[in-house]
Design a protein around this ligand. Structure first.
Ligand SMILES: Cc1ncc(COP(=O)(O)O)c(C=O)c1O
Length: 438
């Protein structure tokens, strides 16, 4: 990943920095210099952006009159039609065979694990560095999570570690495209084929991301999306299951929909469950679906705009020693979700993450020493009463390293060239003074 970051930085030179700084200074705001005294030592702050505009630059979700109109329309003429309409839109957008809308991503995951129809005790390889919902619904069907490490640079599924955790009971794996960065699905699918494993995807962060031109969420046999408020396609609450084959779709859908089986083909073994389903009601709210239809029209444009902001900043600052981004392969088109997540190699940078974050914050950068809850350390996995087969609690050095090295920056969701410029100067300033911070 280090090489990839360097690759993307080659275009940046001191001259392009001066040029962009000059343009911004002429038009919008005065830009400080990396040579000035650190703000932490009494110098001027590099980020002079007013607080409220800074907050506005990271605003999410972005709703406007078209979203309001769509919501009002459902309220004025209540109907479930927007759900089918959104399913059609999403299926076409992804190029997927079957989709089913859910009330959230967690219920889509529960349906997916039910659809697997695996015997109790079957093991599923899953990162510990994920939201609870990728893992906990397994419990309901006697499935056993096997915690896999991540690559601390990409924050994604570590296939080599997965190989080491295979047992005779391993049946499936579910990588997570963390913060919109695709997992290496070509390698993961080959591994799945080689070992006879079912490949699933948690694409809760990856709306619109693709690899080799194929959308994330269409690589695995089944996948899910979340449309919770912070996600790249925000509906406040909502989720989607994506299925490559009809049998999975019918089984997954019947679990949470008592009223849909009569629509299945005559030969379906699930038609008889019309009126009962198989236990739960996971229907998406039509207001969410109506919001989703409007948001989907903006998805690609917004993803491109947000990516452009990140590139403008990261192409500058990842030239600094020891600073890396969550790099991606050239055949991956990633999206960004919630954070611009970097990582700091303290030895190469010559300063600690804590000192760096403190100095950046003094400059006005909203940086944080990012830590994510590791699932394998949570109480529920260590208590056998919740599990058909209790999970093993492993050592996961890559996940721990991610929590020691990640440096979170806000994601700019508006075009803010002068703020990006001020952030870049703040980083260059902190790095210029890093011996003082060592
Ligand atoms: C990786 C991941 N998977 C699944 C989910 C579950 O989605 P939801 O919050 O819509 O239930 C989330 C939500 O944040 C998530 O981050």
């Amino acid at each position: 990943m280090a090489a990839e970051s360097t690759e993307s930085n080659r275009g940046h030179t001191r001259r392009s920095f001066v040029k962009s700084a000059g343009a911004v200074a002429a038009g919008v705001a005065l830009v400080g210099s990396p040579r000035e005294t650190l703000a932490a030592a009494g110098g001027p702050k590099a980020v002079q952006y007013p607080d409220d505009r800074h907050t506005q630059a990271c605003r999410w979700p972005l709703y406007g009159p078209k979203d309001e109109e769509a919501v009002l329309d459902v309220i004025r003429r209540p109907s479930y039609r927007p759900i089918e309409q959104f399913e059609k839109d999403w299926r076409e957008y992804l190029g997927a065979s079957y989709v089913k809308a859910h009330c959230n991503g967690t219920s889509a995951l529960a349906s997916l694990y039910f659809a697997l129809d695996l015997p109790a005790g079957s093991e599923i390889l899953v990162p510990s560095y994920t939201f609870f919902a990728t893992i906990m619904p397994m419990r309901l069907f006697g499935l056993v999570p096997v915690f896999v490490d991540i690559n601390p640079r990409t924050l994604n599924f570590d296939l080599e570690d997965a190989r080491r955790r295979l047992t005779k009971n391993t049946r499936a794996l579910i990588p997570v495209h963390w913060l919109g960065r695709p997992c290496e699905m070509d390698d993961i699918l080959s591994f799945g084929r080689e070992k006879g494993l079912i490949v699933l995807e948690d694409a809760a962060h990856a709306h619109g991301a693709s690899m080799q031109g194929k959308k994330m969420g269409t690589w695995g046999r089944m996948a899910i999306f979340s449309y919770q408020a912070s996600k790249p396609l925000p509906m406040i609450e909502g989720g989607m299951g994506v299925y490559q084959n009809r049998a999975d779709y019918e089984r997954g859908t019947t679990f949470g929909n008592y009223d849909l089986p009569s629509g299945y083909p005559q030969e379906s073994g699930y038609r008889k469950y019309q009126g009962t389903g198989l236990g739960l009601k996971f229907r998406m709210h039509p207001v969410s679906a109506a919001l989703g239809r409007v948001q989907l029209r903006e998805l690609d444009r917004r993803n491109a705009m947000i990516t452009a902001q990140v590139r403008r900043l990261n192409d500058r600052i990842c030239a600094l020693p020891g600073l890396y981004e969550q790099g991606a392969r050239p055949d991956m088109q990633r999206v960004y979700y919630n954070w611009n997540m970097l990582s700091l190699d303290e030895a190469q940078a010559g300063m600690s993450r804590a000192a760096c974050v403190k100095a950046l914050r003094a400059e006005g950068v909203r940086a944080s020493a990012h830590q994510y809850r590791l699932q394998h350390e949570c109480a529920v996995y260590a208590e056998p009463q919740w599990w058909h087969h209790p999970p093993q609690i492993p050592q996961l050095p890559g996940s721990e390293q991610a929590n020691r090295t990640a440096l979170g920056l806000p994601l700019f969701t508006a075009e803010v060239p002068e703020l990006v410029e001020q952030y870049a100067v703040a980083f260059e300033k902190v790095w210029a003074h890093r011996k003082e911070l060592a």
